[in-house]
Design a protein around this ligand. Sequence first.
Ligand code: MG
Ligand code: MG
Length: 255
Amino acid sequence: MLKPIDRKSRHEMNLIMDAGKIVAAVHMMLMDMLEPGMSTLDLDREAEAFIRKHGAIPTFKGLYGFPATLCTSVNEEVVHGIPKADKILVEGDVISVDCGVTYRGYIADTAVTLPVGKIDEDKQRLLEDTDGGLHAAIAKMVPGTPLDEVSGAIEDYAKARGYGLVVEYGGHGTGRKLHEEPFIFNYRRNVPTPELRPGNVLAIEPMYNLGGAEVETLDDQWTVVTKDRLPSAHFEHTVIVTEDGPVLATERVRD
Ligand code: MG
Ligand code: MG
């Protein structure tokens, strides 16, 4: 009755881990170079060059008509911001950098919201708590957990801390395609959902707002912003469910 979530083979999981290492390295590189005065297009160019140098493909570029390697979403922008030469970062901004990498046909997808220089306490807390919500959801990702409990963890973490929870977007299966089934709601629906099994590969991606939950899409048809124009944060990992618990394919590990 409930459609089970696709289970990847060991070989497929290894390729997703390889893609994940590359995209995690993209984020670490961008963290190291990010500073006031850079444009979002500068970041995009660095990311694309890095990905291609490593024999991989920027998954987002051309997908659904998106023009760039990264989605760069600054301050009140929630997701899907388009990198631009005239979008200059200034001290105190926060920027969400979402990136997908395809390596030998397999994809890993991850997002992080980064501070530009020194940011105020409210923004700092928003970043820490959105990452906290992501990790609260990941902690639930053991075999036998209904998917709705993962969704519920994202909602509970936001509500307990008073954030606006974005419900229009969510996580997804990933593998050969960026967006595979199932769609993963960022809130509890209290409906029967499939139980997680080893080999499930899921991108989990909460978006929390400092103000209200409402969002809208700008006239460019891509950029999603908060209606009240208060800041938003977005964190995402591609997670592999195993017998031993969740494994982060996109974990940022410094060597
Ligand atoms: Mg995603
Ligand atoms: Mg993503």
